[in-house]
Ligand binder design. Sequence first.
Ligand code: HEC
Ligand code: HEC
Length: 280
Amino acid sequence: MDMTMWRFGAAALGLWMAAAAGATGAAADPGATGAAKAAGREALMRAAEPAPWSGPAEAASQTPPGSEAVRPLRPLRNDIGERVQACMLCHGEQGRATPDGYFPRLAGKPAGYLFNQLRHFRDGRRAHALMSGLLRHMTDDYLHEIAGYFAAQSLPYPPPVAIGLSPEDRRRAESLVRLGDPARRLPACADCHSAAMTGRQPAIPGLLGLPRDYLVAQLGAWRSGQRRANAPDCMADIARALKPDEIAAVASWLSIQPPGAEPAPPSSTPTALPCGGLSP
Ligand code: HEC
Ligand code: HEC
């Protein structure tokens, strides 16, 4: 994990949270004068580029009467693209994260998958303190809107980073990904994640264009129970069936494949193991 990025994300998030708290405070104090509200709003605009994120009710309170006298630094567009700016501190512009860090790409992932993940973070099935804090008070409807926003971003992928992989590991990884291991009843990754490994609508993510460290961490988290998906959690079974050196080989191999295609369309064929949360 790149610690600089962490500190940057944490500092920016602090600003954002302070601004959000300011907005709520102003709304809760009906006695505040128009001028005080306007001054508060100006401070907020300065402190919080990106704009504070809030639900529709709070959003209305960000334009108190009398605020016309103060010209904001730029007009506040209260649309979803504006409100997800805080996410991009870590996930990159439009959710395009590059493969040289840890932060996963969000752009173009199936909307159902993104929605499920946002709920997992909010409800404690995935662990990341800052993200869970951000999502804590958001409704399912709002998480749907965020998921839809990132799913609709269609951006080119950066080329994969070069990672040395022995011919033996390369062969082992490719065989697990494309064929699985019938002796262990381990289905091929491609059975569910699609032949091109670009995922399948509406809720199976692609495995390409993700950093190796992120892939290793996710499979490890499933093994230890730190990451959970909707039951039945097929990925937990799969991660536990893989040996640690297989996880390392598969993650390295996946991370050096050229990424770039769209998720496959939905399929009515049942997945090789039952997985929860796959229906739209
Ligand atoms: C402080 C940095 C940070 C911020 C801000 C942040 N994220 Fe994340 N996000 C992460 C990290 C790190 C992970 C991977 C966590 C893990 O290891 O499971 C992640 C994972 C995710 C995932 C799962 C991706 C996948 O492929 O499974 C989604 C979806 C996501 N974030 C959405 C968001 C949204 C939406 C926001 C804004 C509300 C946001 N994030 C803000 C750091 C951040
Ligand atoms: C039986 C179907 C199935 C098979 C086989 C399968 N997966 Fe998955 N995988 C899923 C589903 C469903 C999810 C989404 C889970 C969730 O909602 O959190 C997923 C998610 C993942 C993720 C999380 C991606 C992210 O962005 O965080 C990784 C990594 C992953 N799978 C790797 C693999 C690997 C490697 C294999 C082969 C060894 C494999 N999967 C085989 C169904 C499958």
